[in-house]
Design a protein around this ligand. Structure first.
Ligand SMILES: Cc1cc2nc3c(=O)[nH]c(=O)nc-3n(C[C@H](O)[C@H](O)[C@H](O)COP(=O)(O)OP(=O)(O)OC[C@H]3O[C@@H](n4cnc5c(N)ncnc54)[C@H](O)[C@@H]3O)c2cc1C
Length: 446
């Protein structure tokens, strides 16, 4: 069996590695990657930019050479231009030589990820206009941050990446402004969480401008010198030395038109990562699957999903029954002194899906009250009739993310708030009170 894989990062290389482990020499794999790096941890890039991680190479799990030595050949700087699913071929361009050739497959795995959207006015190149997708992007931003002449940083887009990078830039003492079109940062979270994080950013010297659209870039000698913002009828001009476009991504799927896609271009897959075309599979940021909670197609471009989805394909093609996977959409971030996490649905998502839910929030202690003073908030969303947990958001200081993870398991297993309230959790003062904050949140949900 010959398997061609498009994309050599989380989804593609998870599929390749698992498949190779399953079938050993009984499979021929070829990976095409249009960039120069493979198998890197994109999630670490903000921390590489902040200089918490010194070397970009520390983010690379295995190089293309190492994969090739283990029987998984990778051609870097090779872009797949076109897929013909009738003939089962891919048209490939060697980006270094310009040569084009055709390769054939028995099974095709698409792990082509997503690219930063270049909508106006971000559709022109400037020396100091950056985006952050791969390690080389991180190096470019980091180099610009080390330059003391660059004082003003403007980050457009207050999603996870934009926010994490805003903290990284503040660590260099820059004047940092985050511009967001929505009314609040991190718009998938409920407003109270976003507001708490906005407060944390302001406290740490990041200016947050929400409800603002970037309408124009002023340039000089190939550099952006100012950003024009519009907020209702008001316009504002911000000076800029480093401009980062973090305003959105688009699935990289233009090379294939025979598979079903969502409006944003993501390839529709089922829970086995199968597309509507036989022998074509997709995983990671280029794909979209149904939520394990609402049953609706939900785009969740997260590294945690890409790795699992790739592995599912590696098992499936390797003749092993894949482990069950439910998309819950778990995500977390740390911003300065505050952590925040979300699993399942926020209240506004439950409302938008027309669910009959209840919401309940508590503020609790991260540790035993005599051990440490850090507080966290837990917001629970649960079904009014069945009392099954639909979602949870946790935010504050101390042990924040593990408490959200506890609810991810509840959602996965279909547990009720009542079952969660008497769960036999570990207890010792450095970890919780004798009644863990998550137990209290569950028990007080009426
Ligand atoms: C800065 C940053 C921070 C993040 N932090 C987190 C986090 O904390 N937690 C989390 O869960 N997720 C995080 N993510 C998201 C996570 O990194 C992605 O979900 C994950 O990398 C997706 O993996 P992928 O393999 O689907 O796609 P990608 O990592 O995008 O890889 C796809 C690869 O395919 C290649 N490719 C595309 N088109 C072609 C083609 N036609 N031919 C050949 N090759 C092609 C691309 O060059 C790319 O290298 C972060 C992402 C970034 C950028």
């Amino acid at each position: 069996m010959k398997v061609v894989i498009i994309g050599g990062v989380a989804a593609g290389m998870s599929a390749a590695s698992k498949l190779k482990r399953n079938l050993k020499d009984q499979v021929e794999i070829m990976v095409y990657e249009k960039g120069g790096e493979v198998s890197y941890g994109a999630c670490g890039i903000p921390f590489y930019i902040s200089d918490h991680i010194k070397q970009g190479r520390d983010l690379i799990a295995r190089t293309a050479e190492e994969f090739s030595q283990s029987g998984i050949p990778i051609k870097t700087y090779h872009e797949v231009l076109k897929v013909d699913t009738d003939k089962k071929t891919v048209l490939v361009k060697n980006l270094k030589t310009g040569e084009e050739f055709t390769d054939s497959y028995d099974k095709l795995v698409i792990g082509s990820g997503a690219a930063v959207r270049h909508f106006p006015p971000f559709d022109q190149a400037y020396e100091n206009l950056f985006e952050i997708r791969d390690v080389a992007d991180g190096t470019r931003v980091k180099t610009a941050l080390f330059d003391e002449n660059n004082r003003h940083v403007v980050i457009v887009g207050a999603g996870f990446i934009g926010l994490e990078v805003s903290e990284a830039c503040r660590r260099y003492g820059k004047e940092v402004t985050v511009v967001e079109l929505a009314d609040h940062i991190l718009s998938s979270f409920d407003q109270e969480v976003s507001e708490a994080l906005e407060g944390e950013m302001e406290k740490n010297g990041v200016t947050v401008k929400t409800g603002c659209r970037v309408t124009e870039l002023k340039g000089e000698n190939g550099r952006v010198t100012a950003v024009i913002l519009q907020n209702g009828d008001e316009t504002e001009e911000l000076p800029v030395d480093i401009l980062i476009n973090s305003a959105g991504i688009a699935p990289a799927t233009s090379f294939i038109d025979t598979v079903e896609k969502a409006r944003n271009g993501a390839i529709l897959v089922n829970e086995r990562m199968e597309t509507n075309v036989a022998d074509v599979y997709a995983a990671g940021d280029c794909s979209i699957m149904r939520s394990g909670i609402t049953g609706e197609y939900t785009y969740a471009p997260l590294g945690t999903n890409a790795n699992k989805q790739g592995r599912i394909i590696g098992d499936l093609l390797g003749g092993v029954e894949p482990k069950p996977f439910k998309l819950i959409g778990s995500s977390a971030l740390r911003l300065f002194g505050m952590d925040a996490a979300k699993v399942g649905l926020s209240e506004k998502e439950a409302k938008a899906h027309g669910l009959d839910y209840k919401a309940h929030t508590i503020t609790g202690n991260s540790y035993a009250s005599y051990y440490g003073t850090e507080k966290l908030n837990i917001k629970l969303i649960y079904d009014k009739a069945t009392r099954k947990v639909l979602g949870a958001e946790t935010w504050g200081q101390g042990i924040v993310v593990p408490r959200a993870n506890y609810y991810a398991i509840a959602i996965y297993a279909g547990l009720t708030v009542d079952e969660m309230g008497f769960m036999d959790l570990c207890y010792s003062p450095p970890f919780s009170g004798v009644w863990d904050a998550a137990l209290i949140a569950s028990n007080t949900a009426k």
